[in-house]
Design a protein around this ligand. Structure first.
Ligand code: CA
Ligand code: CA
Length: 446
């Protein structure tokens, strides 16, 4: 990673005098079902509406809405947030209000921690690491091992102790309106727990100080990083709503290359893996990022889980994985994909369906510049399905699967084994560019 001075936050602030529901109605979107209880219930106690995607199935997703006063927290520092999160095994309902921007790379007294601080005492240095594992001398057949790899892992563990924040079951984490609420440099880890709500937060600058070289990854090797801004692992009933995800202010164009490969300090924005299930991701903005969203991290994830709904999100300046779907039943509706290059992020593809994923992609809107071929918007391994309908490219109904299959040897299957029924708010795609401009991301909710 470059100098820690890159870690200034970049914030968009929108303070609206009227509720998001009214804005949506004014834009012709009709009822904003995701906030059906707004107006009668305050932001912190709101729950996922009925039929609002996979997270509404069964008992639904209520987060910490039943929290008592002793488990309702307002936090403005990393230490306060850690204390409010408590034990990952404590299932007492809790509401955590995040006021302002919290920097995860700070110690318990609030002092800024740099990559050098984490490396201190471990014996790690990038120059020594590069010397130890230069393919010219170390070869390309095995993963790094030895003193410098041990030291790198130790330094990485020190950073992880600070930036990985574990969320217990029955928790709502919400940004306080008007406070530029968010987490910088953090990985919110929702692992093996049920019933979590994450809303109105900007997740920025999640960066690994200590990427690992893997000469066996792909043809030329890769530098891999450890942290997603939000990561779901074996989590169920999760609602991620009205958040903003961005690499800002350190974009990938600033990454150096070592051994001819990009020194990648970012991993996922919101990854949903390891048999996570029943997830609704709504009205977020994903911007200026490469590997944005995994649904499933391995082709061998077991069948029957990884059921995810993605709706009314904006994907802007995304290279790939929006999402990369494996195995599960995934409903992608009413999203806006703007694949115009942004901050050096040029699209490889938007949606990838592999490992027999059953994707229904309907009524989404793609803004596509003339430099990008429509056949590039999808991807697959020949076993994944995408049933598509009602998708617009620059306002014109377009059969994305037909375009992709005509240009590819690994055709997407065009039929799926399910029919979505939890489809709150599903409309045609026509008005999405105007509607979603003012109703998505952090800073909109009041
Ligand atoms: Ca990841
Ligand atoms: Ca073909």
């Amino acid at each position: 990673m470059a100098a820690p001075s890159h870690r200034r936050s970049l914030r968009k602030r929108r303070v609206l005098a009227v509720s998001a529901a009214l804005v949506a109605a004014a834009a012709g979107a009709g009822v904003l079902v995701a906030n059906a209880n707004a107006g009668t219930v305050d932001l912190y106690h709101q729950t996922l509406a009925a039929k609002d995607g996979w997270a509404s199935s069964g008992a639904g997703t209520t987060g910490g809405s039943k929290a008592d006063a002793a488990h309702t927290f307002t936090v403005s520092t990393r230490a306060e947030l850690v204390k409010a999160l408590g034990s990952a095994s404590d299932t007492t309902p809790r509401i955590i209000k995040v006021k302002g921007t919290i920097d995860a790379n700070t110690d318990d007294s609030g002092k800024k921690l740099t990559c050098a601080d984490y490396a201190s005492g471990t014996g790690y240095s990038l120059s020594a690491y590069l010397k130890a594992f230069d393919p010219a001398t170390y070869g390309r057949s095995k993963l790094p091992s030895g003193a410098q790899e041990t030291a790198r892992a130790a330094a990485q563990n020190k950073q992880a102790k600070n930036v990985v924040l574990k969320v217990p079951a029955n928790t709502t984490i919400v940004g306080v309106p008007g406070s530029n609420a968010g987490l910088n440099g953090a990985m919110l880890q929702i692992q093996s727990v049920d019933n979590v709500i994450v809303r109105n937060l900007t997740f920025a600058a999640t960066e690994d100080c200590f990427p690992q070289w893997d000469p066996t990854d792909g043809d030329d090797g890769n530098w891999n990083s450890n942290y997603d801004a939000v990561t779901l692992r074996g989590a169920t009933h999760v609602w991620a709503d009205h958040n903003t995800f961005t690499d800002a202010p350190h974009f990938d164009t600033a990454n150096p290359k070592y051994f001819g490969r990009e020194y990648q300090i970012h991993d996922g924005a919101l990854d949903i893996t390891k048999s996570s299930d029943l997830v609704t991701v709504s009205r977020n903005q994903f911007t200026s990022h490469d590997k944005t969203m995994l649904i499933g991290s391995s082709d061998s994830e077991p069948a029957g889980k990884l059921r995810v709904s993605l709706h009314h999100n904006v994907w802007k300046g995304i290279v790939q994985r929006a999402p990369l779907a494996r195995v599960g039943q995934v409903h992608i509706y009413n999203n806006l994909y703007d694949v115009t290059p942004l901050n050096g992020y040029a699209v490889q593809y938007s949606i990838n369906s592999r490992a027999k994923a059953q994707v229904v992609a309907e009524n989404n809107y793609w803004k596509v510049p003339s430099s990008v071929k429509v056949a590039k918007l999808l991807s697959g391994d020949g076993t994944g399905a995408v049933k598509d309908s009602g998708n617009l490219v620059n306002g014109t109904v377009t059969d994305l699967v037909a375009a992709y299959n005509a240009a590819s040897s690994k055709d997407l299957k065009t039929t799926v084994n399910w029919t979505p029924t939890l489809t709150a708010g599903l409309t045609s795609a026509t008005n999405l560019p105007t509607e979603l401009a003012t109703t998505t991301g952090a800073g909109v909710l009041s």
